[in-house]
Design a binder for this molecule. Structure first.
Ligand SMILES: [Zn+2]
Length: 331
């Protein structure tokens, strides 16, 4: 029986590290788990200028000096080519689009994506990636991602050379859509969408620690996401969307969306890939495919994981982690 597993250092192409005092702990903890992270820009204020991109990168590196950090900026307005070039120079590799009001700090989101097509044309020209939170505002919660796909299809047709990532893919239709589009259209997959369904949020009892956007959906949706992750298709790679919130923000009458998965993501991935007999595909999913898509070198350093049980603490850095209190098989 397998007791030890060596992987290239994991790359997390979608993480929320927050800001201020919280950032220090979350960045440190990410540095213990990953070789590289791509930090999302939905702080307050949002990361939306070359100066803020630079400052955010410095703050993360101060807390986790060995972490490779890629930055994103928020697509909440149109930018000039000069601004985009400056952002790129300061470490940004992707622009993140949040539709209005669909998740944490997205009240400044753009209500009509066509309004920022001029900037999207520049992203294509400068070879910056468009990163999408793919949920359509104002429709039934379980249909939000499915109803957003028309925008992805139109973007792919209008900007044929643009690299686009549909983040945290969570339903059958989205998986099929990404598969059907050209190879410059990819998707990230989180650990929690591989293992959770709606039942884990509102089934037996209300579990706010599992509440996130996009919502984990029906078993058939989870199974489609699993099939994509275990397929060896390079369009699907790991982005944790680890999104810690303080306990009191989760246990509230208006609870915040986000699963804190960074401290447990890789051990859970190993467990799930092992269950499916697909451990041979894990290095590509958790490290190589994302690096290839973002055109950065693959990791050369390795991490070793051992089959040794441990219990996930009830809270880590003030937030409840995914599978808190449960036993994981890999350390
Ligand atoms: Zn996110």
């Amino acid at each position: 029986m397998l007791q030890e597993l060596e992987l290239p250092l994991p790359n997390d192409f979608h993480i929320h590290l927050r800001q201020g005092e919280a950032l220090v702990n979350y960045a440190k903890s990410a540095g213990e788990q990953f070789g590289l992270v791509m930090a999302m820009p939905n702080t307050e204020p949002a990361i939306d200028s070359p100066e803020l991109v630079k400052k955010y990168k410095e703050e993360i590196l101060a807390a986790a000096p060995n972490l490779q950090v890629l930055l994103t900026f928020k697509l909440n307005k149109n930018y000039t080519e000069q601004e985009l070039l400056a952002m790129q120079k300061n470490g940004a590799v992707a622009a993140k689009y949040y539709p209005f009001g669909v998740t944490t700090n997205s009240q400044d989101g753009v209500s009509k994506i066509e309004d920022i097509y001029p900037t999207i044309a520049l992203l294509e020209k400068l070879d910056l990636v468009l990163s999408l939170h793919g949920e359509e505002p104002g429709v039934f919660c379980l249909d939000k991602e499915k109803d957003f796909l028309k925008h992805l299809e139109k973007l792919s047709k209008t900007f044929p050379k643009l690299r686009i990532v549909l983040e945290h893919v969570s339903c059958v239709e989205a998986v099929e859509c990404v598969k059907s589009l050209p190879e410059n259209i990819a998707a990230t997959i989180t650990v929690h969408h591989l293992i959770l369904t709606l039942d884990d949020i509102i089934g037996d009892s209300l579990r706010p620690q599992n509440f996130c956007k996009p919502l984990p959906k029906l078993p058939k949706d989870r199974d489609a996401v699993r099939a994509a992750a275990f397929s060896g298709n390079k369009k699907f790679f790991f982005g944790s969307d680890s999104a810690p919130h303080a306990l009191e923000k989760k246990q509230s009458l208006s609870g915040a969306a986000g699963v804190y998965s960074a401290p447990v993501a890789v051990p859970i991935l190993i467990e799930e890939f092992e269950k499916e007999n697909k451990l041979n595909l894990l290095a590509d999913f958790v490290s190589n495919f994302g690096a290839d898509f973002y055109k950065i070198p693959r990791q050369t350093k390795k991490a070793t994981y051992v089959k040794k049980e441990w219990q996930v603490p009830k809270t880590i850095d003030g937030a409840v982690p995914l599978r808190a209190g449960e036993t994981l098989k890999w350390s």
